[in-house]
Design a protein around this ligand. Structure first.
Ligand SMILES: Cc1ncc(COP(=O)(O)O)c(C=O)c1O
Length: 404
């Protein structure tokens, strides 16, 4: 019998998913930033818009020292490396950045990848293989799930931030615990809540497993030196591998893995997402290094970020909106129905406020939400304007929005 299914048939389902997303209004994936003005403002649809959906936590994308470092590197080293580090060689600044990252985390080794996505894929694929086990928080980012798939390890999820669920998973592994990697995020990217890392680290030690923490959204945000939630909660020494990205608080592109374990340099020979892709552009590496220096020199940015997060969170909370559990720079405004979330997102955009719309299946628990990401570069006036617009739009929809 001839198989009647065509290769392209699957796109009918994808088109229907897209139509569902756009049924209530504008396609959220169609936004064009016509002109970027600053870390917190852009022209969208011809209108000046406050950006509160950028992950630009420290507002460093226009930092004069970062921009100057990028311009100098562009002039000195050209537009790109045109190949992978394994085949074409590393540029000196790749190695310098790796040393600086290792020093920043107080560990022996760091490895730089071309994106944060590649860092997660490359770390998990090198670290866990067939016969090994990954135990992963259910709300983990797609890149961690994809890394698990690429690794070939057996993968078990535990309920988000639920220590009973993690413990049960570890108990069931019995003698495989030593071959197990626990994978969590420091600050969760959609709901903005933090992992209970002290409890997770205690379970990891009790069972003799290993621990990887993705600090993508918490680097530069938490801890006395901005190392992340691991530093904030005092568990830096118990974490085996820290992964993260340059694309959020550092305002660049790229990712890394840092570790005290001497096996990390061997990942270079075993990690396909490291081996088979072009290395970071010299200008991007230069702005990342400059941003890391700013992070150390400017603790005031972290303080301002906390102040802004608190101001926005409390203001939204005061409107009776249902938010994520923790006050953090990632603030999720949750809705019962995706149509309400989509309508609110669109009206906010029309009113000059850009947030991120998340609807299933992109949300961890099947809910619909608007994600606001706060920046140290937001002024108090901008935060107040965001709150005013929310209030003007939410009030008439009151009956539909989920109350806290
Ligand atoms: C938790 C987490 N890890 C990894 C990544 C991937 O980073 P990048 O976008 O820099 O590739 C992201 C990006 O959204 C993320 O939220």
């Amino acid at each position: 019998m001839k198989d009647k299914v065509d290769l392209l048939d699957k796109f009918e389902k994808i088109a229907s998913n897209r139509d569902q997303l756009t049924a209530v209004g504008r396609d959220p994936t169609s936004i064009v930033i016509e002109r970027i003005i600053s870390p917190t403002e852009a022209i969208i649809d011809g209108k000046q818009t406050i950006l509160v959906g950028t992950n630009n936590y420290l507002g460093l994308t226009f930092d004069p020292e970062c921009v100057a470092a990028g311009q100098a590197a562009l002039a000195e080293a050209g537009t790109g490396t045109t190949g992978s580090r394994m085949a074409n060689g590393s540029y000196q600044p790749h190695l310098a950045l790796e040393r600086e990252l290792a020093d920043f985390y107080g560990v022996a080794h760091a490895m730089v990848f071309s994106t944060g996505y590649a860092a997660n894929l490359g770390t998990l694929a090198a670290l866990a293989n067939n016969g090994d086990v990954v135990v992963l928080d259910a709300d983990a980012h797609a890149s961690l799930y994809d890394g698990c798939r690429m690794s070939g390890a057996s993968v078990y999820r535990f309920r988000h931030n639920d220590m009973g669920s993690l413990e049960k998973r570890l108990q069931r592994l019995a003698d495989k615990a030593g071959r197990t990697l626990i994978v969590v995020e420091g600050l969760y990217s959609v709901l903005g809540d933090r992992a209970p890392l002290r409890e997770i680290a205690a379970l990891k030690s009790e069972f003799g497993a290993h621990l990887l923490v993705d600090e993508a959204h918490s680097l530069g945000v938490y801890g006395a030196h901005g190392r992340g939630v691991c530093e904030e909660l005092g568990v830096m020494d118990e974490v085996d591998f820290v992964v993260g990205t340059f694309s959020k608080s550092l305002g660049a592109t790229g990712g890394f893995c840092a570790s005290r374990h001497d096996v990390l340099p061997l990942f270079r020979y075993a990690s396909r997402p490291y081996i088979f892709t072009a290395s970071g552009n010299p200008s991007v590496i230069a702005t990342t290094r400059a941003a890391l220096r700013q992070l150390a020199k400017r603790p005031d940015l972290r303080q301002k970020l906390r102040h802004n997060a608190e101001r926005l969170y409390r203001g939204l909370e005061g409107m009776g909106l249902r938010l994520g559990a923790d006050v953090s720079p990632v603030i999720a405004v949750r809705f019962e129905h995706s149509a309400d979330a989509a309508r609110t997102w669109e009206r906010l955009l029309e009113a000059g406020i850009y947030t991120n719309l998340f609807v299933p299946p992109a949300t961890p628990d099947g809910s619909s939400l608007l994600r606001c990401s706060v920046s140290a570069a937001h002024s108090d006036e901008q935060i107040d304007t965001i709150l005013e617009r929310f209030s003007e739009i939410i009030e008439p929809m009151r009956s539909q929005a989920v109350r806290g």
